[in-house]
Design a protein around this ligand. Structure first.
Ligand SMILES: CC(C)(COP(=O)(O)OP(=O)(O)OC[C@H]1O[C@@H](n2cnc3c(N)ncnc32)[C@H](O)[C@@H]1OP(=O)(O)O)[C@@H](O)C(=O)NCCC(=O)NCCS
Length: 157
């Protein structure tokens, strides 16, 4: 069973180094358009990231090799209506060698488990229709497709 091969671990204080490992392996976790390497956060910011109770970052550890097979992260968003707290799933990435073996689904389920621990029962994720793997993962998870024509804009402040 795939769940026996991977251990899900939510990052916490002391796990700052993991962000460096994810940054180094950036291209292996991405959709092919990512830079080979992304500068990781500095140590203070990395500490803030892993110890923030409203940021959920989970890695899947391959028990056979102790390598990181994938990660998922997002954060709590306070909304003005419906319910106060929603989860925004920001990113999920599975290492090229571990794709289509169920790791993405395990990460989704682990993310859901952490959301429930926070008392949160709903959330959202934005992806591109052309990203068939991501769409397949979210649909297989049971996500409901939005019906709008949403467009993402980057903002500078
Ligand atoms: C999207 C991604 C995380 C999926 O991870 P994964 O571990 O391969 O997914 P799983 O093995 O758990 O598969 C989940 C479901 O999606 C389907 N699926 C996964 N990849 C697929 C693909 N390339 N084409 C079609 N279906 C696919 C699986 O068949 C499975 O469906 P099922 O439950 O009906 O059997 C992975 O492809 C990835 O890391 N892509 C690059 C990063 C990215 O684009 N992330 C999403 C946006 S942030």
């Amino acid at each position: 069973m795939v769940s026996d091969q991977y251990r899900m671990h939510r990052l916490r204080s002391g796990d700052e180094w993991v962000l460096g490992t994810l940054a180094k392996g950036n291209a292996r976790f991405g959709d092919g358009s990512e830079a080979e390497w992304q500068a990781p956060l500095g140590s203070d910011e990395a500490s803030q990231f892993v110890s923030d109770p409203h940021t959920v970052c989970i890695v899947a550890i391959d028990m056979a090799t102790n390598h990181i097979a994938g990660f998922i992260y997002g954060g709590v968003l306070s909304r003005r209506h419906t319910r106060l707290h929603h989860m925004c799933l920001y990113e999920v990435g599975v290492d090229l060698d571990h794709r289509q073996t169920g790791v993405g689904m395990l990460l989704m389920q682990a993310f859901a488990g952490e959301a429930r621990k926070l008392g949160i029962d709903r959330g959202f994720v934005i992806t591109n229709e052309a990203n068939h793997a991501a769409v397949a993962l979210y649909e297989s998870y049971g996500a409901l497709r939005g019906d709008g024509n949403d467009r993402l804009f980057g903002l500078s402040f």
